[in-house]
Design a protein around this ligand. Structure first.
Ligand SMILES: Cc1cc2nc3c(=O)[nH]c(=O)nc-3n(C[C@H](O)[C@H](O)[C@H](O)COP(=O)(O)O)c2cc1C
Length: 160
C-alpha cells in the first residue's frame, strides 16, 4: 500500500480487539518513529501494552475500547509546535496504516495522569494516537471543502 492509498484507507478507529501487536510490526513502526524523531527533533514515543491511559471515565465516555497501545506525540515547545506535531504525527499514522494497524488521534478523551511516556525539559505532549487492530476499519467522514479551510491570494496550484 503506498502512502496515497493509506490516506484513502485510514479512518479513525476507537474500538480495538484484544490482540498484541506483532513484534515485527511494532519494530518496523518503532524504527520509522526513530527516523522521524531524528529528522525533526520530535520526541514521539511508542507505548505498547499500556492499558492505563485509556482506562478512564473520559476514554470510555469517548467510546474507546481495548486501547492498550498508543503513540505519544511529544515535541519541543515553540511557535510551530502544533504544525510539527500534526505533520510528523500524521506521517506515523500513515505508516501504521501501511503496516495494517488502525489509529485514532486523541487530544482529550484519555487520561494524562497514568501514562508512561517521557516529556523532557522544553518539551510538551500534544496528544496521543490510539493504536492497534480495530474491530472494524472505521468509516469515511465528510470533509469540508478546501475553500472553507484555507485561502490564498494566488491561484490555487494543482498540488495544493
Ligand atoms: C488533533 C486531533 C485530536 C483529536 N482528539 C480526539 C479526541 O480527544 N477524542 C476522539 O474521540 N477523537 C479525537 N480525534 C479524532 C477525530 O474525531 C476524527 O479524526 C474525526 O472524527 C474525523 O474522522 P477520521 O479521522 O476518520 O477522518 C482527534 C483528531 C485530531 C486530528
Amino acid at each position: 500500500m503506498d502512502i496515497f492509498e493509506a490516506m484513502k484507507k485510514r479512518h479513525s478507529v476507537r474500538r480495538y480487539v484484544d490482540k498484541k501487536i506483532e513484534d515485527s510490526i511494532a519494530n518496523e513502526l518503532l524504527a520509522y518513529i526513530e527516523e522521524c524523531n531524528q529528522k525533526s527533533g520530535m520526541h514521539i514515543q511508542l507505548c505498547l501494552d499500556e492499558p492505563n491511559a485509556f482506562d478512564s471515565f473520559m476514554a470510555h465516555y469517548g467510546s474507546f475500547k481495548n486501547v492498550k497501545n498508543y503513540i505519544a506525540i511529544v515535541g519541543k515547545k515553540g511557535k510551530d509546535f502544533e504544525e510539527q506535531c500534526g505533520y510528523w504525527g500524521e506521517k506515523v499514522v500513515l505508516k501504521a496504516t501501511q503496516l495494517g494497524l488502525n489509529t485514532c488521534w486523541v487530544a482529550l478523551t484519555f487520561s494524562k495522569g497514568k501514562t508512561v511516556y517521557q516529556v523532557e525539559k522544553g518539551e510538551k505532549l500534544c496528544c496521543v494516537i490510539a493504536l492497534g487492530y480495530g474491530e472494524t476499519q472505521g468509516v469515511p467522514h465528510k470533509n469540508k471543502p478546501m475553500e472553507s479551510l484555507c485561502k490564498t491570494d494566488k491561484p490555487m496550484l494543482d498540488w495544493f
